[in-house]
Ligand binder design. Structure first.
Ligand SMILES: [Zn+2]
Length: 213
């Protein structure tokens, strides 16, 4: 099977999305970009994560043409491809509708640095202006707003997280969700204070060292 390892990883991390509570039912989607072949392995549209098999994972090229697989690729394919085209450092994308991140997205709020763990995503997580799900317009809004960070909220929709591999993209999605919940809680009883950009730069540098160990 073409890109069997990548397809198995999509299946594995799809199950983790459910187990972690980052998504429910068939919500969200995930992909991996194999830069050597130029193919993207992406979760199929509308199939629940528990029953997805490696053979159900769809392979597409960077134009979005299906090169292998009998199922339809995720409806957010354009958003995944857009990010791979824009960012040479990104090889995996996880998209969720996780509750706390999406709560902020419903308010069109950005997530500021109220906790140091946001550093895995960047100095803050911005909120991309609203566009209809599954459209090129949404892909462009997300890709423009994410800048050089690793996550972006999608107004009235959810969260997009990126990484060098699925392990990182998944971790970014988890940390952003955690920080979004903290922000929500902190905002409920007061005015959250925000870590300075200078200190966030220090934190992000330390995370880089940590990753290299
Ligand atoms: Zn979605």
């Amino acid at each position: 099977m073409l890109l069997e390892k990548e397809r198995s990883l999509i299946v594995e991390y799809g199950k983790r999305l459910l187990a972690s509570g980052l998504t429910v039912g068939t919500g969200g989607n995930l992909s991996l970009y194999d830069r050597s072949s130029g193919y993207v392995a992406i979760s199929p549209s509308g199939l629940d994560y528990e029953s997805t098999q490696p053979g159900d994972v769809v392979l597409v090229d960077m134009d979005g043409t299906v090169v292998d697989g009998s199922r339809r690729p995720s409806s957010e394919l354009a958003m995944h491809l857009g990010l791979y085209a824009k960012r040479s450092d990104v090889c995996a994308v996880v998209h969720t509708h996780s509750v706390y991140a999406t709560t902020l997205a419903c308010l069109e709020y950005a997530l500021p640095a109220v906790h140091y763990l946001i550093g895995f995503a960047g100095n803050e997580v911005k909120c991309a202006p609203y566009a209809t799900f599954g459209t090129q317009e949404l892909a462009e809004s997300a890709c423009r707003t994410i800048g050089d960070t690793k996550a972006v909220l999608l107004a009235h929709h959810g969260l997009l997280a990126a990484g060098v591999d699925l392990k990182e993209a998944f971790m970014v999605a988890e940390q952003v969700e955690y920080c979004a919940e903290l922000y929500w809680r902190a905002k409920a009883i007061g005015t959250p204070a925000v870590i300075s950009d200078k200190e966030m730069d220090t934190i992000i540098e330390k995370f880089g060292d940590y990753g290299r160990q």
